[in-house]
Design a protein around this ligand. Structure first.
Ligand SMILES: NC(=O)c1ccc[n+]([C@@H]2O[C@H](COP(=O)([O-])OP(=O)(O)OC[C@H]3O[C@@H](n4cnc5c(N)ncnc54)[C@H](O)[C@@H]3O)[C@@H](O)[C@H]2O)c1
Length: 320
């Protein structure tokens, strides 16, 4: 490793799946050294190939300024002590199982430096529970990324009841330095911000389809052509400000009692799952797909989505 590389801060990323490799790539593009840990050399080799291909693609879109330099800062290992040696942050992205995450962090506590920040990427689990058994809870928090992590700018950084402010602030600052949009959550809440907001939208979208108001294609087109575009530019609260709060107040007063307020996933979705219509990987969900998901080759729908995101990110001035 060159002197220049070793002078950069090091991040350890645990879990070589979809999120782990994306998170590692985001830190690499942001100028950090990253060590990716997984349980098998085969997973690590696949993750490295994936990162290399993605860096090349981002380079071709003008979104990665130094793809070769980023790749040169990647190391991989199956050894936890080696991965943690000198790491300022541990970004965990293993399976969404409470005991697995608890066991992993308990083990890492033995190997990590006394100031290493422990960050979980858990989606649905209560982040408070993940670290509750650790002695070093003060430097534990939730840093939640979105797929594909190397492209989606947002990382939600939630301070837990036991997180000391200095570690929360440092994580946000590190992510901002990496060119990510790091948003601070002052207290833990299951689902954090975005999964909760998306669930509210998804519940009403399913309801509108279930009661026969519009087909799914029409609902998707409507969202992309209004809320999607507007929120890409100004977000929720500014949308309300620009429209005028008295109008939005009247709208909320009228519509909220009429909207779906169920606390269970829609029956229509349960039925689809029972029929094996589980989404792109099954070849059929709300839409029908040409072929089922092939992990060796990215599905065309996902490639198309990523390329559209890259064009939009460029428009917004992102480049790492
Ligand atoms: N996929 C998403 O869109 C998304 C978005 C945000 C958060 N998350 C969360 O990120 C985490 C990872 O999700 P993913 O989609 O990358 O899953 P994945 O299945 O693609 O990858 C998980 C990887 O972790 C490895 N692993 C499991 N236990 C391990 C251990 N003890 N030590 C080391 N490696 C281990 C698995 O072998 C696998 O390679 C989950 O908590 C998930 O809920 C996922």
């Amino acid at each position: 490793m060159s002197a220049v590389n070793s002078s950069r801060e090091k991040v350890a990323v645990f879990g070589g799946g979809i999120m782990g490799r994306g998170i590692a790539q985001a830190f690499l593009m942001g100028g950090y050294r990253a060590t990716l840990l997984s349980r098998s050399e085969a997973t690590l080799a696949a993750a490295r190939a994936h990162i290399a291909a993605s860096l090349e693609k981002l380079g071709s879109f003008g979104l990665a300024r130094d793809p070769e330099g980023a790749l040169a800062r990647l190391t991989t290992t199956t050894d936890k002590a080696e991965a943690l040696k000198g790491a300022v942050l541990l970004a965990e992205a293993i399976d969404e199982r409470l005991e697995a995450k608890q066991e992993l962090f308990a083990e890492c506590e033995r190997w990590a430096d006394s100031e290493t920040i422990f960050a979980t990427n858990a989606s649905h689990l209560d982040p408070e529970e993940i670290f509750s058994g650790l002695a070093s809870r003060k430097r534990c928090l939730a840093a939640h990324w979105f797929n594909p992590a190397q492209l989606v700018p947002l990382v939600e950084v939630a301070r837990l009841s036991y997180t000391e402010a200095v570690y929360w602030e440092k994580t946000v600052e590190m992510l901002k330095r990496a060119g990510k949009t790091a948003v601070k959550l002052k207290k833990p809440i299951q689902g954090l911000l975005i999964n909760r907001l998306f669930c509210a939208l998804a519940r009403e979208a399913c309801h509108l389809n279930d009661i026969g108001v519009a087909d799914i294609e029409e609902i998707d087109e409507a969202v992309k052509a209004t809320i999607g575009l507007r929120n890409f530019c100004i977000g929720v609260f500014k949308t309300m400000d620009l429209g005028g709060l008295s109008d939005w107040r009247d709208c909320l007063e009228l519509l909220l009692p009429l909207m779906d307020n169920s606390t269970r996933p829609p029956d229509s979705m349960e039925k689809m799952l029972a029929e094996g219509r589980a989404g792109i990987r099954a070849g059929r969900g709300y839409y029908r797909y040409e072929r089922s998901f092939d992990s060796a080759e990215m599905d065309k729908e996902i490639v198309d989505r990523d390329e559209m995101m890259m064009r939009l990110l460029k428009l917004k001035g992102f480049a790492w």
